[in-house]
Structures are given as C-alpha cells and as structure tokens.
Design a protein around this ligand. Structure first.
Ligand code: NDP
Length: 332
C-alpha cells in the first residue's frame, strides 16, 4: 500500500521536502469498517492552509501522518451491512492506494447519475461552494454584472455558469489565453481577463461598463483590490478563497477596500462550504439537474498515478489545471 506522508511544514511554497512516499501492508477492516481502493483523489487549495500550524476552520495536518482529502474509491472488502464489494463511495480518506474507513464516514456514489469523478468536482465540494456562495451571498439578479476570479478552476467555472443561468453578465479573470478561450467559447462568459498579461484595472473598467454587482472572490490580492474600485451600490462579495496569498511568507499590505464597501453599502461575507452542510442535498440535486440538462458543463484535469499527487497539488498554485484537478490512482 503506497502512502504519501506529510513530513515537513512548508515555509512558502511546498516542495519535495514536504512529502514522502512510503509503502506498508494493505490494512484489514474490522467490524463496521470497509476497505476502500482509491480510484480518484482530489487535490484542493485549502490543503495548503492545513499544512501550516495555525488556527483555521480545519485542524492542521499532523506531521508524519498520511495526507488526506476527498476520495472516490471502490469497496474491496466490507465488514458493514451497508456496503458491498464493488460499491463506489466517497469520503475523506488518505493519499494512499487503500484505506480502511468507518462505514459511517462513507457515502455511496451512483455511477448512473454522473461519472464518479464528478462527485469530487461539479457535484461535490467545489460545486456546492459555487452554488451556496453565489446564490446565498452573491444573490445575482438578471442583468447584473458578476465578476469571478479564479474563473477557470473547479469553483470558478461553476460560479460563472450559475450566474449565467440567473441571467447575469459574467466576467471571468483567469491566468491563461487557453483558459479564457474556454470560458468564453465553451461556457458563454461575456468577457474574460488574463491577469498575467493584461492591466487588470483597465481591462475591468472596459469589461464592466456598468460596474460590479457581485464579486465572487477566489484569489484575493491585487486582483481583488482592482475589482473593489468598481463596486456598485449594494454590491455583494462572497469571500470564498485567497489563493494568491496562501504561499506568502509575510502578509502582504494592499489597498484597503473598506472605504469602497462603506461608500457603496456593499456586503463582503466570508463562508466555508461546510456552513451549508444541512442544505447540501438541495445543492447536489440542483447541480445534478443542471448538469443533466446541459446547463452546467465541467472539465477535469487528471494526473495519473498516486506518486504524482504532490505535483498535481502544487500545480494548483501555478495554474496547471483547467477545471477540477484530480489524480487517478486506479481503474474502476
Ligand atoms: P482551482 O481549481 O481554481 O485551482 C486553483 C487556481 O487558482 C489555479 O488553477 C490558478 O488559475 C489560480 N491561481 C493560483 N495562484 C494564483 C494567484 N497567485 N493569483 C490568482 N490566481 C491564482 O481551485 P478551487 O476551485 O478548488 O478553489 C478556488 C478557490 O476557492 C481557492 O482559493 C480555494 O481555497 C477556495 N475554496 C473555498 C472553499 C470554501 O468553502 N470557502 C471551498 C473550496 C475552495 P490561474 O491559471 O487562473 O492562475
């Protein structure tokens, strides 16, 4: 059983010293437990926060333990009545070939409703993040302008498409021409900005002639500073992520946007997808309907091989992924 251990807390960007690949025996499940073979692993930006030893909304990863995250896997052995060998399941499991999990901590996946990998993306945590953050906090209305940063990622692609469903004008900010082509041509974004090659402030002024009503913030930093100058009266900002800052060694001092919030009576609200746990069935059902109706499409970036999980994770910070970044560990 190959396993990826967390062996050193990174200072700045994680690197090869952060991880160690080790091998152990395949574990045996006890009563009420299930042996799961990993099929897909999810790598997510929030995992960077867990690598630092500071207070956050989830506990830091412990050193010298196997890293963990969202997994889709297949049951190999079940010692619980609710699961049978062959079932497909999701859960929070280790970065390893095989995991023993408590049956209570697994959910079955129906491969007839959607491909199993979708339960880590559009129909999983990132999809629900987009759904609740945009609709509960952002509340876009027809004709309004919605700007989304990190637009070509797992969350951003879904945010933009839901905003379009609600009749808004959608402006996406992402880091490559290929990503922006996808957003415009395949997802129907109204305007796109490449923050690596364009003057974001000027491009935003051009792309948002009527100002910004909703800003779904995935990245923070200078991009968000620029958007803040264009807020309309009663604008809403779902504060979802700050990926541009996750690897900074020292906090960055930027323009302060409170004045813009004040003079525009704007709302900025941080949220964690788990705040909406009690409503997750509603979100999954609606996202599933939109996917089956073709109103939401999704893209996955799949790296093959458990041993390449650290590389896939690091790729999130250099923008390697279009859509949801996954690692394929074994076949179904
Ligand atoms: P993505 O699939 O969007 O992957 C990360 C993307 O971020 C990269 O592809 C890259 O795209 C972009 N990026 C990386 N570094 C920077 C930077 N310095 N400045 C601007 N963009 C950058 O990840 P997710 O969709 O899973 O997550 C998006 C955000 O949402 C993250 O901040 C994450 O922490 C947050 N999140 C929050 C949740 C919550 O409950 N609040 C739940 C899930 C995610 P590019 O090529 O465009 O640079």
């Amino acid at each position: 059983n190959r396993q990826i251990y967390f062996v050193q807390r990174p200072n700045g960007m994680p690197d090869e010293n952060t991880f160690d690949l080790r091998t152990s025996e395949i574990p045996e499940p006890g009563a009420g437990e299930v042996l799961v073979r990993t099929v897909y692993l999810s790598v997510d930006p929030y995992m960077r926060g867990r690598m630092s030893d500071r207070k956050s909304y989830v506990a830091p990863f412990a050193l010298n333990e196997v890293l963990s995250g969202g997994v889709v896997g297949q049951v190999e052995v079940s010692k619980d009545d609710r699961f049978q060998a062959g079932d497909l399941v999701t859960g929070l499991l280790g970065w390893q070939d095989y995991s023993v999990a408590k049956a209570d901590e697994l959910n079955k996946v129906d491969p007839n409703l959607a491909p199993p990998s979708a339960y880590l993306g559009a129909l999983g945590m990132p999809g629900l993040t987009a759904y609740f953050g945009l609709l509960d906090i952002g509340q876009p209305k027809a004709g309004e302008t919605v700007v989304v940063s990190g637009a070509a990622g797992a969350v951003g692609t879904i945010v933009g498409q839901i905003a379009k469903i609600k009749g808004a004008r959608v402006v996406g900010i992402a880091g490559s021409a290929e990503k922006n082509r996808y957003l415009k041509e395949e997802l129907g974004f109204d305007a796109v900005i490449n923050y690596k090659t364009e003057d974001v402030q000027k491009a935003l002024e051009k792309a948002c002639p009527n100002g910004v009503d909703v800003y779904f913030d995935n990245v923070g930093g200078p991009i968000s500073d620029a958007v803040a100058t264009l807020l309309n009266k009663f604008a809403r900002i779902p504060l979802c992520g700050q990926i541009s800052m996750y690897n900074l060694k020292e906090p960055e001092q930027g323009p302060r946007i409170q004045t813009s919030l004040l003079i525009n009576s704007a709302l900025m609200k941080g949220f964690i997808v788990s705040d909406y746990q009690s409503r997750s069935a509603e979100g999954t059902k609606q996202l599933g309907e939109w996917v089956s109706q073709g109103k939401i499409v999704y893209q996955e970036n799949i790296v093959e091989g458990l041993e390449n999980t650290p590389e896939a994770f690091l790729g999130l910070f250099s923008g390697e992924n279009l859509g949801k970044q996954l690692v394929k560990v074994s076949d179904i």
